[in-house]
Structure formats: structure tokens, C-alpha cells
Design a binder for this molecule. Structure first.
Ligand code: SIN
Length: 373
């Protein structure tokens, strides 16, 4: 996509943070657009092409009551309905849709992740696609976003979006979130930023963004690094860059992967025994992530359990149940063959460990991936 196309496309202003320099430059452009048609296909053939891949979730949820924001069915409406609900998107891009699955996001599994990642790589390899938007349930959105951040092999924008209120609710947040996501995916300055999450007027890096609240609209927070930017009126602004490796910079190639290894998460608590560790190993786990207390701690008996697991070749990563912060690496991790998660929460540490186990089972090498990604 050429910049000229975007200039002809819509009203926008873009702020750029020059990497390392902390210097802002600005670009503001305006152009007339037409909005009369109810279709999303624009008459302007120079607009960027954005593909919406729909997976379900609340953004596609519906209820008989317009005040129901908790007991609706997620994953009910198809992608064409979502697109038709926001005809204003035709100012921004030529938008087309594809239904990958239509489920609540707790149903997203490894097979769906692989299918989605492969489809995105195929689409972005084509000159006909300039950006991707993935619609997704919010409950596990960060896991899919981080998976894509590690496996997409393109510098073109990939934006994951959802909603906290179903499409049928008063003040549903989905349409504006979707509009903003398309705006971001169509923006030439959104390239090379890793996979992004557009939610509630903010842009978060998939590496850092996390769901922090069960029901609130501002549930997605970027805790350890802050947001990449946001939306204000018709503007997209960027204020920081992701320093961790992502997309084209990672070692992962899913084109030949048919199945990801089983990695389970174990939550630490007082009076914790080792039987859940043993049960996970018995059930075939190739990796375990411990959602440890504080800085990744666990009871001594659970620690004995995970140490025994490592001796059986199971990779074990210490993360934290605290919700924020970095789990630091200590000499005892090296002695016991454990990996520390840096600032990855347990659910994202699981995603990275699954992918890492397709390359190595050596804890020292796994640690290097956790340090960089
Ligand atoms: C889901 O994750 O599919 C349900 C919740 C949501 O989308 O907000």
C-alpha cells in the first residue's frame, strides 16, 4: 500500500516517535470521502485492503434484551453482519470478511490458533492485502494476540479487537472498536509494530496488553510498558514502540507445524501440594507454567514436584499470579533447570513455551527466548 492511498483515504493525523530519539514528527492530511452507500466497498480503488477475520466473542454476541451485558450468547453474529453494522469503515479501507470460527474465546484452542496464524500469513503474503483485523472474544484475546505476535511473518499491521458489550446492548462498544481497528490496520505507520490490540480508544502491544477487569469497558491495560498509542477523533497516534522481538524477528515458522505441544498452567497457593504437578506430567504435559506467588514462588513441596518434572524432560517456567511485574531469574533456577518468565503473565508464558518447545527443550535455550520475546 502506498502512502498516497492513505492520504486519499480519510481524515487522519499521525504522530511518530522516532526509535531511540524521542523526537516527534507529525503528519496531518485531509481528504473528502463519501459515506452514502450502505456497503463497505468504497468507490475509491486506491484505498488499502483490510481483511477482517472473525472468530466470535462478545463483539459478535447478541441477546434478546438490550440491557443484558453478561448473560448473552457470544459468537452469534457472522462477519458480514459485523461489517454491515459499521458502513463508515468504507471511508478507511476496502473491507472484506472471513469467518475463521464463531465461538466464545474460551473455546479457542491450539488448532484454531494454528489455522488463524497460517491464514494470516497466507493473506499478508499477497499484495492484495494491506492489513488484518481479527475479531475475538476478550477472555482469551491476549493469548491469541501474543501467539500472532510471535508467528506472523509480515511487517503489515495485524490488529486484534473485541468488545465488552454484545452487539445488541445499549452503547455497545464493538462498532467503534472495530472502526478504530480498521483505521489502524489501514494506517501505513502501523507497520512493523508487532501485533496490536485496539480497544477502548487505546492501542496496546500484544506482548504487554492484558484483560484486567471482568466486566468494565476499560478492561485492557498495558501494565509494564504502557500503550503504543491510541485514537482521538479521526486521529491515530503512536507514542512508544515495542522493544521485544516480534513477527518477522522471531524464530518461529508455523507453516509446517500441525500440532503444538501440551503446556499446562498451575496456580500456586498456600498449602499447595505436588499432586497437580504430578497429574499434569502424567497427563502428558511437555511444559508447565507455574503461576507462582509473588516473584514466582511456590511451596517447597511443589518446587520438588516441578524439579522432578524437569528431570523427566518437562520444561517448567516460573511466572506470577500477581498480575504485573517481572519474575527475576535466580541462580537456583539454573540449578533446578527452571525458566523465569520475565514480565509474561502465565497465559502468555504458556503461548511462548508451546512455540519454544517446537525448537528446543533445553532450559537455558528456552530462557533465551523468554529474555528476548
Ligand atoms: C469471550 O471471550 O468470548 C466472551 C467474553 C467477551 O468477548 O468479552
Amino acid at each position: 500500500m502506498k502512502l498516497k492511498k492513505m492520504i486519499g483515504a480519510s481524515v487522519m493525523s499521525v504522530c511518530l516517535l522516532a526509535p531511540g530519539a524521542g523526537v516527534y514528527t507529525g503528519l496531518s492530511v485531509q481528504a473528502a470521502t463519501t459515506t452514502a452507500s450502505t456497503t463497505v466497498k468504497s468507490a475509491d480503488t486506491d484505498l488499502p485492503n483490510v481483511k477482517i477475520l472473525a472468530t466470535g466473542g462478545t463483539i459478535a454476541g447478541s441477546s434478546a434484551s438490550n440491557t443484558d451485558t453478561t448473560d448473552y450468547n457470544a459468537g452469534e453474529l457472522g462477519v458480514e453482519t459485523l461489517i454491515k453494522a459499521v458502513p463508515e469503515m468504507k471511508k478507511l479501507a476496502d473491507v472484506s470478511g472471513e469467518q475463521i470460527v464463531n465461538v466464545g474465546s474460551p473455546e479457542i484452542n491450539n488448532d484454531i490458533l494454528l489455522k488463524l496464524g497460517k491464514r494470516i500469513n497466507t493473506l499478508l503474503a499477497s499484495d492484495d492485502v494491506d492489513g488484518i483485523v481479527v475479531t475475538h472474544g476478550t477472555d482469551t484475546l491476549e493469548e491469541t494476540a501474543y501467539f500472532l505476535n510471535l508467528v506472523v511473518k509480515s511487517t503489515k499491521p495485524v490488529v486484534v479487537v473485541g468488545a465488552m458489550r454484545p452487539a445488541t446492548a445499549i452503547s455497545a462498544d464493538g462498532p467503534m472498536n472495530l472502526y478504530n481497528a480498521v483505521k489502524l490496520a489501514a494506517n501505513p505507520y502501523a507497520k512493523k509494530k508487532g501485533v496490536m490490540v485496539a480497544f477502548n480508544d487505546r492501542i496496546g502491544a500484544a506482548r504487554y496488553i492484558t484483560k484486567t477487569n471482568t466486566t468494565a469497558l476499560d478492561t485492557f491495560k498495558s501494565l509494564e510498558q504502557g500503550y503504543l498509542g491510541g485514537f482521538a477523533g479521526e486521529s491515530v497516534y503512536f507514542s512508544s514502540i515495542l522493544t521485544k522481538k516480534h513477527t518477522t524477528q522471531t524464530a518461529f515458522d508455523i507453516s509446517k507445524i500441525e500440532k503444538l505441544p501440551q503446556v499446562d498452567i498451575l496456580y500456586s497457593y498456600q498449602n499447595e501440594g505436588r499432586y497437580l504437578v504430578d497429574a499434569a506430567v502424567e497427563a502428558g504435559a511437555k511444559g508447565l507454567v507455574v503461576a507462582g506467588s509473588g516473584n514466582g514462588s511456590m511451596s517447597s513441596i511443589a518446587r520438588e514436584g516441578v524439579k522432578d518434572a524437569t528431570e523427566e524432560g518437562v520444561a517448567v517456567v516460573r511466572s506470577t499470579r500477581t498480575g504485573s511485574g517481572v519474575v527475576t531469574h535466580s541462580p537456583s533456577d539454573d540449578k533446578d533447570g527452571l525458566v523465569s518468565a520475565d514480565s509474561l503473565n502465565p497465559q502468555k508464558a504458556r503461548i511462548l513455551l508451546m512455540l519454544t518447545l517446537t525448537k528446543t527443550s533445553d532450559p537455558k535455550k528456552i530462557q533465551q527466548y523468554f529474555d528476548k520475546y
